[in-house]
Design a protein around this ligand. Structure first.
Ligand SMILES: [Zn+2]
Length: 268
């Protein structure tokens, strides 16, 4: 296969040409995914016995992988309703593998937030969100004092939950995004785990994180689809966050008496 890695931004820290020289002449032999990271194994080159480097592809927020056959027809791309076939959109092709038969695998990324790199550090990622067990989830989620939304987004703990999915999970579980992980009750942890699983299944079936039930309410004046209460906006874990003012109020996120002088949680 041949490689177009001329977009130095999605290929950083590799210099243009580095991916090309590492991959040209090899073939793809296996594909894996954990969380939001995809990696592809490559074959030995020439007479060498050792396999080639792993090619890591991270889609970022706007990237998608498009696979086209030798005649240019779309073979695979997921979510075809959102696939833009206008010729001018070739400019969004940030990284292209061209196979011996003329078929192509393209990272198409309008906002250029994706990454392509050799031998990505998979060991830095926690277990995949779709595979994490209840016991693993409890152990990974509940230690410390960080806000639960920030913990859900921490890819080193659980890999695969982005900003929209995190808000959807917290909303379905009726847990405040600002609740401290160490303060979560067993019932809240159980609800979060069940919400994680159902949200991931629903996103996969419907075509992405933007298909969640509360996504349409993420705007000023938005109301909760469940009880009609106003949605609230804030920054949690450094990310734009929306939650139901009634069911996800911080004060209800931690039932039971508080010790005098406790000032945890926002004042409002
Ligand atoms: Zn609500």
């Amino acid at each position: 296969m041949d490689v177009d890695d001329s977009d130095s931004y999605v290929g950083r820290p590799h210099a243009p040409g580095e991916l090309r020289s590492a991959l040209t002449g090899r073939s793809l032999t296996a594909a894996h995914r954990r969380g939001k990271t995809i990696w592809l194994e490559t074959s030995p080159a020439g007479d060498a016995a050792a396999p080639g480097p792993e090619l890591g592809i991270h889609l970022g927020m706007s990237g998608r992988i498009v696979v086209a056959g030798p005649d240019g027809t779309l073979a695979e791309g997921g979510d075809p309703g959102r696939y833009d076939t206008r010729p001018g959109r070739e400019v969004w092709n940030r990284f292209t593998l061209t196979f011996a038969d003329g078929g192509r695998l393209v990272l198409r990324d309008p906002r250029r937030l994706g990454r392509v790199r050799l031998n990505p550090d998979i060991g830095a990622l926690g277990p995949d969100a779709a595979q994490v067990t209840p016991a693993e989830f409890r152990a990974l989620i509940t230690k410390g004092t960080i806000a639960v939304k920030a913990r859900l987004l921490d890819q080193s703990k659980i890999a695969g939950v982005g900003n929209l999915l995190a808000d959807e999970i917290l909303w379905q579980a009726r847990v405040s995004p600002q609740a401290r992980v160490g303060d979560l009750s067993a019932a809240q942890v159980n609800r979060l785990y069940r919400a994680l699983k159902s949200v991931l299944e629903s996103a996969a079936a419907k075509g992405g994180a933007h298909t969640g039930d509360v996504i349409a309410a993420r705007h000023p004046g938005g109301t909760c689809p469940r009880d009609g209460a106003p949605m609230v906006h804030g920054t949690v874990g450094g990310r734009s966050t929306w939650w139901c003012s009634r069911e996800q109020a911080p004060r209800t996120a931690r039932p039971g008496p508080r010790s005098p002088g406790s000032s945890r949680g926002p004042a409002h």
